[in-house]
Design a protein around this ligand. Sequence first.
Ligand code: VGL
Ligand code: ZN
Length: 191
Amino acid sequence: MKVESTDALVVVDVQNDFCPGGALPVEEGQRVVPVINQILPMFEHAVFSRDWHPEDHCSFGDPPEFIDGSWPRHCVANSPGAEFHGDLLVPADALIVDKATKSDTESYDAFDDTDLAERLRRAQVGRVFVCGLATDFCVKHTALGALDHGFDVFLVENACRGVNFPPGSAAKAIEEMKLAGVHVCWSGDLE
Ligand code: VGL
Ligand code: ZN
């Protein structure tokens, strides 16, 4: 499948806290990094989202239950855990989108309450390729958000990993995305 000049890669939340050793680690989360670095140069448009919470974000649970609404404290704005994984190649001119930045609102969708759709549309983007962390939360909701905004959406399956709690939730998320109309591809399909 040929990557066109009107395609955008949306790299979701490849941040230290979602990688092994971080506050809310996704199993093998760091393994998406070389895959994303490899496909990134194919795209004229690249967007990197960040989970970017205030200290007192409503999603933080004490003790955390590791479910929606009760996460460990993670991705606090400007903290080391919120930084992109050190090996992720983020071009100097990449668009960075911060989400869930307000204390009282959770948001798993990089299109929700941001100007991302508008910016992509202004750049003539028609197809959005989504990858990153975590498959069952921000990747899923961002892919569905892109669909809602009228984009053709592709999930780059091997460039994603899920929280996967309970086990199977990452696979379930992929099925949900497919049912909604997201196309699933593999990094090796892209050229
Ligand atoms: C995410 C849980 C909490 C994600 C963000 O990026 O998928 N998951 N906050
Ligand atoms: Zn979060």
